[in-house]
Design a protein around this ligand. Structure first.
Ligand code: SF4
Length: 360
């Protein structure tokens, strides 16, 4: 194995923890763990997920990169060449580039940006996601936004106290949230972030407050949720792993906030007294006790609260009912509504009115 191949193997292996598309597509290329399928418009693409530098001077207690101490690094020229070869051979459609902070943040950010610039100069026009490091300079964030399709900085934990308990080196307000403002300024409509659910013993209600603040303040395109995993050799090795279902429930709750635009005040009641999420679909919990919805008169907002009806389904119902009256679940099924979920929450009053009036 050449040194370049060895680097690729090690730096992609360490980079696989920096997830950017969990829960959306679980189709992994088992023979090449560095390359994962990631969603893109119209299907799936193969994304090379790799680190620029495999070691880090920081010591975040949960971080596998800190633990891996891979010791390998790519130069921007090497990484650009390596990716272009994989791309030409049909092995990778897109690049997700992150890094440990092997030296100072500025040097590593320059390497990341230079890699992107080299790819673009070489004519690569495909997907490019560049990670912004904590403490990055505003000018480097702007440069990353200029060449990338998407940039992101990980927020990791829901508050300064929580992050401080597992990653004391990083200043939550300055190194992360200030940089997030700059990320949003440089690429307002295409930046993301990630939370490590369960990393600092935080409650789901704390995460909820953080997520609301994120969508209000910096408006990330989306937030990714990864379940904390206790890795051998880290100071958190003895902590329990966060169950995968908890991150999954966070994706569902996030959908309700971001796509369904459910009032956060209403969502508050899906948490238990301890501030935890149950392992149940939050939308079903929300629907409990809301009564039935009249399909023919309900607002879009009320339709969206019905399990089985998403934004596209609600819009279809609103469109169709301009010219017709829905009489039964069968009518809804005919326009693609998942009535198995929705059945207990819907009413068709005219049907009932007719039945009531006929005997008279
Ligand atoms: S700064 Fe990033 S790469 Fe370095 S130890 Fe912390 S989380 Fe890991």
């Amino acid at each position: 194995m050449s040194l370049r191949e060895q680097k690729l193997r090690n730096l992609t292996s360490a980079g696989r923890y920096d997830v950017c598309s969990p829960g959306e597509c679980m189709q992994y290329l088992t023979e090449a763990p560095c390359i994962t399928y990631a969603p893109r418009r119209g299907g799936c693409g193969r994304m090379l997920r790799v680190l620029m530098h495999g070691d880090c001077a920081y010591d975040c207690a949960y971080c596998p990169i800190r633990v891996a101490r891979e010791g390998f690094s790519f130069t921007p020229a090497e990484l650009a060449e390596t990716f272009l070869r994989l791309h030409r051979e049909g092995m990778a459609d897109g690049l997700f580039l992150s890094s440990g902070i092997a030296r100072d943040v500025d040097t590593v950010m320059h390497d990341i940006v230079e890699t992107g610039e080299r790819l673009r100069r070489a004519g690569y026009a495909g997907y490019l996601h560049l990670k912004v490091l904590p403490g990055a300079a505003r000018s480097d964030i702007r440069d990353a936004a200029r060449v990338a399709d998407r940039i992101s900085i990980n927020i990791e934990a829901p508050s300064a106290d929580r992050l401080g308990s597992v990653a004391g080196v990083k200043d939550y307000r300055i190194d992360i949230k200030k940089r997030q403002d700059w990320v949003a300024e440089a690429m307002p409509d295409r930046h993301t972030t990630q939370l490590v659910v369960g990393v600092a013993d935080e409650t789901d209600r704390e995460i909820f407050a953080c997520v609301q603040e994120q969508y209000r303040r910096v408006r990330p395109t989306r937030i990714y949720y990864s379940a904390f995993r206790a890795l051998a050799g880290t100071p958190l090795a003895d902590q329990p792993d966060t169950p995968a279902w908890r991150a999954h429930r966070w994706y569902q709750l996030d959908h309700l906030l971001r796509e369904y635009r459910i009032d956060p005040g209403e969502l508050d009641r899906i948490f238990d007294a301890a501030g935890s999420l149950a392992n149940r679909d939050p939308k079903v919990i929300l629907a409990e006790g809301m009564g039935v919805v009249d399909v023919n008169t309900a607002s879009r907002y009320d339709l969206l609260r019905v399990p089985g009806i998403g934004p596209a389904g609600a819009d279809r119902i609103l469109r169709e009912r301009k010219t017709r009256h829905f009489e039964s679940l069968r009518d809804l099924k005919a326009i693609g509504i998942r009535t198995r979920w929705a059945a207990g929450y819907l009413a068709f009053p005219r049907e009932r009115t007719v039945q009531t009036l006929l005997p008279v």
